[in-house]
Design a protein around this ligand. Structure first.
Ligand SMILES: [Zn+2]
Length: 113
C-alpha cells in the first residue's frame, strides 16, 4: 500500500530527528501533503494509526496541511486550481500545465520532548 510506505518513511524521519535531539518522544508533527499527491486521507489515517503503535510517534499530535493543487497553463498562462494531476487548462484545454503547488509531501516541523 502506497500510504503505508509513506507513513513508514515519515516515522523513519521522526525517529532520526528524535535520536539526534536525544528526545524521549515526539510531541507534535506537522506534515505537508499536497492535494495532488494522490494520498487518500482515509487510507493515510488508517496506515498512520497502525504504524505509530509502539513507536516514538505513538502519542504525537498530528497536524496535516494540504496545499491546494495549483497549475499554470503553459499555453495561455492561466493559473487555476487542479483537482487531479492531469487536469487540462480550463480556458484553452491545453494539457501542458506546470504544477505550482499540490505535490508537496514532507515533514514540515517536529516538536520533540
Ligand atoms: Zn490554457
Amino acid at each position: 500500500m502506497h500510504e503505508l510506505s509513506i507513513v513508514m518513511s515519515i516515522l523513519d524521519i521522526a525517529q532520526k530527528q528524535a535520536n539526534k535531539a536525544q528526545a524521549q518522544a515526539v510531541e507534535e508533527i506537522e506534515l505537508e501533503i499536497g492535494e495532488l499527491t494522490g494520498i487518500e486521507k482515509m487510507s493515510f489515517d488508517f496506515a498512520w494509526k497502525q504504524a505509530i503503535r509502539g513507536s516514538i510517534l505513538e502519542n504525537v499530535e498530528l497536524k496535516i496541511i494540504r496545499p491546494l493543487g495549483i497549475g499554470k497553463c503553459m499555453d495561455c498562462d492561466e493559473v487555476f486550481e487542479m483537482k487531479q494531476i492531469f487536469d487540462a487548462c480550463p480556458i484553452c484545454k491545453s494539457p501542458f500545465v506546470a504544477i505550482k503547488s499540490g505535490k508537496e509531501l514532507r515533514v514540515k516541523s517536529l516538536v520533540v520532548t
